[in-house]
Design a protein around this ligand. Structure first.
Ligand code: V47
Ligand code: SF4
Length: 377
């Protein structure tokens, strides 16, 4: 029988030679590898793919409504229709948010929200055309698989038609939310009613087939076990083998305030870094891994850049989902602060757009799209 050391050495050899890790290797890393080993290996893979670059972008969040028909147990953002604190933004408010984004030189608006009991699918589509017509340069990263599944339920139409229609209205790409944990043992306990795992994958597969890029997430640090996390990563890796349409993977640390899982502690800093590194190692076909500072906190996000992450997300203004759930990170980081975080970590800050082209800034808030920065290997 192989000893733990022999097994660890075999994994090291695989990583150094660019070979794929198995599900069992992933479990072994979860259970036996120390943080130094994980960091060293993940950093090797991150430098192979992205050198010593630390990517960031300039973006703004828009959550058009917090009214939601679902009741995911981890969610602190949703409200019932008539509940105090519920809101639906007007077109004017959303346009004002887009104008603000434009003024700040944002290259991206990240648009996600609740599934409103009374809003038809056209409301969601028209938000995109409204903003896109007024500010065509801003990339709209809009609506998670859960929302696409909801539009499908509302209309009875195939998701590929809906995606094409929304793309024509201005959608640029799909964010990675709604993935939570794919394994049924967990999914059935934390979000049993919304898009199931096969629907989540169907939406992303169809998007990729249409040439629409997307991201993927994993909500960790609640009731899931290591096996569920590794299963999640392996499933994502399989779709990426098939389509190549994923850009970035974003591990999302569970925030326990104001939701039905408030009895759970927050994941530790150690867990944040371990999950980041293991994600980098398992997702050998994902070009990027993002340390989303809003949920990790600035300090952990900075260190995560040495644990497999190559991207720190954006300047992020008006984020609600995590802040409602108790995130104590600020609402906004300036470009200067983000660049400082990255440089202080010994890395080279590069501004990217949503599709990982370099952003070249001129005077004032003028910017143009440069070359593609993603190396596929
Ligand atoms: O799916 C909700 C998560 C996600 C909580 O694609 C929570 O670039 C922790 O998808 N604690 C939505 N997490 C956010 C999202 C995202 C974020 C950043 C970048 C990108 C991208 C996508 O937020 C949900 C859920 O997993 N979430 N509540 C909570 N209490
Ligand atoms: Fe609704 Fe999304 Fe919250 Fe679930 S996570 S309750 S789908 S807003």
């Amino acid at each position: 029988m192989a000893t733990d050391n022999m097994q660890l050495e075999a994994i090291r050899e695989k990583i150094e030679n660019g070979k794929r890790l198995t599900f069992e290797d992933g479990i072994f890393l979860e259970e036996k590898a120390d943080l130094f080993f994980l960091a060293k290996m993940a950093h090797l893979v991150r430098t192979r793919k992205n050198g010593l670059t630390g990517y960031y972008n300039v973006n703004v969040h828009l959550n058009p409504t917090n009214v939601c028909v679902y009741r995911c147990s981890f969610c602190a953002f949703r409200k019932n229709m008539d509940e105090a604190g519920s809101y639906v933004m007007s077109d004017e408010e959303m346009l004002a948010r887009a104008a603000d984004a434009d003024r700040r030189g944002a290259t991206e608006m990240h648009i996600v929200g609740g599934l409103h009991n009374r809003k038809p699918f056209e409301w969601y589509r028209d938000i995109l055309s409204l903003i896109h017509k007024a500010y065509p340069k801003i990339h709209l990263k809009a609506y998670t698989a859960v929302e696409w599944d909801w539009f499908q339920r509302l209309t009875g139409r195939p998701v590929k038609d809906l995606l094409a229609e929304f793309r024509d209205a201005g959608m640029g790409s799909m964010p990675g939310g709604g993935a939570e944990i794919f394994h049924e043992e967990v999914r059935s306990k934390i979000c049993e009613h919304k898009a199931d795992t096969s629907k989540w994958f169907e939406c992303h597969r169809e998007a990729h087939k249409l040439g629409i890029r997307s991201n993927a997430t994993m909500l960790y640090g609640h009731i899931e076990k290591p096996m569920h996390r590794i299963d999640h990563l392996v499933r994502l890796r399989e779709l990426q083998d098939e389509t190549g349409g994923f850009q970035t993977f974003i591990p999302l640390a569970f925030h326990p305030q104001n939701n039905k899982l408030s009895y759970l502690p927050r994941p530790s800093g150690l867990m944040d870094l371990r999950v980041m590194a293991i994600s980098r190692l398992m997702l050998d076909n994902f070009p990027h891994i993002k340390a989303y500072w809003v949920m990790l906190g600035i300090k952990t996000a900075q260190i995560a850049l040495w644990h497999g992450a190559d991207d720190i997300d954006g300047t992020v203004v008006h984020e609600k989902i995590y802040h409602d759930a108790g995130s104590d990170s600020p609402q906004e980081l300036t470009v200067k602060e983000i660049r400082h975080l990255i440089t202080e970590a010994g890395l080279n800050p590069v501004e990217r757009d949503t599709l990982y082209h370099e952003v070249i800034r001129g005077p004032e808030m003028n910017w143009k799209r440069g070359i593609s920065l993603t190396v596929t290997n």
